[in-house]
Design a protein around this ligand. Structure first.
Ligand code: SAM
Length: 549
């Protein structure tokens, strides 16, 4: 219970040693606040450290939801004279930050360590420690349902503070996960908030908070306008060792902005549609190992079932570690999302009986994507799942190597939903695409985009940015590109045709469907730093278009 409360309120107090190191660093780099605010002050580690570091600060404000902490901090501060301490028990989400912060004058330092807890963890705890509107990043319904709308409440808090602070000169210095720092900056940059001199200073979260997560001190100055939206990452709480510079291009963050700019012509058309593997949310009953002819499920039941609905399965760990001969099998109850699962009862009665026996696990799957779908439905399947050849990568590992995957025991190998893949029609095509993807140039491009400390570094969104035609151009493999990429995406619902001829012929918008127009617009939008940046190919829907001679 106590542990759950700690999680709910992200209640991990900062050791004074760390807060003192941070305040000394800020002081040594020119901060000299007249007012300090610690929005979720707890026992006041940062208030205490700023009192020591900044003798000229006259006002200290501290707020926390925990009455005991506030009372204890108030008692301790009463013994210190000559300065003004305003310590109150308040819920962050109920404070009008714009009103409060705009009323403060003088040099302002907002410092602290907001709670590191995600809204989904709070959901499991049935906690109300959340802002009123949780879909604040405006994710669409599907993203919200599939967890893309998951966020740390500290992200929400940082954004609120930045929105309130940005019209005035101030320094924000907060401990948070590095992923949270990036998301808060992304929001500030995309919303043109006045932020600048942004830096992340990595800390050892294991040592200070016993947390296995990448974390940092995020420093942002507000009330300044910087030409380029970028932030510098340093190895520790200093400006000595710079690791990288990330920033935003278009609407997305890139992990290494200089490297990205060097390779940005590869950022283009996704010739294939990248997919995630199968989602079923019931591994213990849907995934099996095999012993002889029997399938053994995750609760160690030996199941004598028809093999019709079983497919060899690879997971992220298999792909990342090069274990490409499947040892697991997954029960795929559908070939496409609209399939009626009841047919299993006649085509494979033992399998149907097994599913009914385990209906309690399957019917209780929490995700609402299964609502209003046939019973025992799965997700992330289509014609592409059953293609004979694929090129796949693990979404979860720092390893960015792609693998060619074929069939096993005469069945196409499938992946779980932590993997990303493209479907190919032949082994030659898969090997060619895989060579391009594993080439140095493509790997460098991926590394410039991907934050490998993220929970899921390699995403469909990132992979969709790789223009394989341009990679092939760089590697002087245009002939094979013409052969294979013209037929790429053959497993997609709307099959595109890639035209490799001179670009001028195809810019007549009358022959381009409405659906493709946005893509063409994206392709032809001028880029700032690259001159030869017009698209090497356009996608035109196969059925509708006559290709000019
Ligand atoms: C990671 S601790 C940091 C405490 C302190 N700032 C420090 O650095 O030691 C997070 C603090 O946020 C407080 N907190 C959690 N939810 C809050 C909310 N909605 N409003 C105000 N404080 C909250 C917790 O009580 C806890 O003291």
């Amino acid at each position: 219970m106590i542990a759950a409360k700690k999680v709910e309120f992200g209640d991990f107090q900062t050791p004074l040693e760390l807060s003192s190191e941070i305040t000394a660093f800020l002081r040594d780099n020119g901060e000299s606040p007249s007012v300090v605010v610690e929005p979720t002050c707890g026992l006041g580690s940062f208030i205490t450290a700023t009192i020591e570091a900044f003798p000229n600060t006259h006002d200290f404000y501290g707020f926390d939801i925990n009455l005991q902490y506030v009372a204890e901090l108030g008692r301790n501060l009463n013994q210190r004279n000559g300065r003004h301490y305003h310590i109150e028990c308040k819920n962050f989400f109920q404070i009008d930050w714009s009103h409060f912060l705009s009323g403060l004058s003088g040099n302002l330092l907002v410092i602290g360590n907001p709670p590191w807890v995600t809204n989904s963890a709070l959901g499991l705890l049935e906690s109300k420690n959340l802002p009123e509107k949780t879909n604040f990043q405006g994710r669409n319904g599907f993203a919200a349902k599939t967890g893309k709308a998951n966020f740390d409440i500290s992200e929400w808090m940082l954004i609120k503070l930045l929105e309130a602070l940005h019209p005035k000169k101030a320094c924000l210095a907060m401990l948070c996960k590095t992923a949270t720092a990036r998301k808060a900056l992304r929001h500030a940059w995309l919303n043109n908030l006045h932020v600048g001199k942004c830096s992340l200073h990595l800390i050892d979260a294991k040592k200070h908070f016993n947390a296995s997560v990448e974390a940092c001190l995020l420093v942002i100055h507000t009330g300044v306008v910087e030409k380029e939206p970028k932030a510098f990452v340093y190895t520790d709480i200093s400006f000595r060792d710079k690791l990288s510079t990330f920033g935003i291009t278009g609407r997305e963050l890139v992990a290494d902005i200089d490297e990205y700019l060097r390779l940005r012509d590869i950022d283009g058309v996704p010739y294939y549609k990248w997919r995630s593997g199968v989602k079923h949310d019931a591994a213990s009953v849907m995934e099996f190992t095999k012993q002889g002819k029997s399938y053994i499920n995750g609760i160690n039941e030996q199941c004598d079932l028809e093999s019709k609905y079983f497919f060899p399965l690879l997971k992220s760990s298999d792909l990342a570690n090069g274990r490409l001969s499947p040892e697991r099998f997954v029960l795929l109850t559908q070939k496409k999302p609209s399939d009626d699962t009841l047919v299993i009862s006649t085509k494979a009665p033992k399998t149907w009986e097994y599913l009914v026996r385990h209906a309690s696990s399957l019917d209780q799957r929490r995700s609402i994507i299964y609502e209003k779908r046939p019973r025992f439905s799965i997700f992330g399947i289509g014609e592409y799942t059953f293609s004979p050849w694929k090129v796949a990568i693990s979404g979860l590992y720092k390893n960015s190597r792609f693998q060619v995957i074929g069939t096993f025991q005469k069945k196409p190998i499938v992946f779980d939903d932590t993997c990303c893949f493209i479907s190919c029609q032949s082994e030659d095509e898969a090997r060619f695409a895989c060579e391009l993807l594993n080439s140095d140039i493509c790997q460098q491009f991926l590394r410039s985009l991907v934050f490998f400390d993220a929970k899921r570094p390699v995403t469909i969104d990132v992979l969709n940015r790789i223009d394989l035609k341009r990679v092939a151009d760089r590697l002087h493999r245009q002939k094979e590109a013409r052969k294979f990429l013209s037929d790429a995406a053959g497993f997609d619902d709307k099959q595109p045709l890639l035209v490799f001829e001179a670009k001028g012929k195809y810019t007549d918008r009358r022959i381009i469907s409405k659906n493709s127009r946005h893509l063409l617009d994206r392709l032809t939008r001028p880029r700032k730093t690259v001159s030869a940046n017009l698209p090497s190919a356009y996608i035109i829907p196969r059925k509708r278009t006559k290709i000019p001679a």
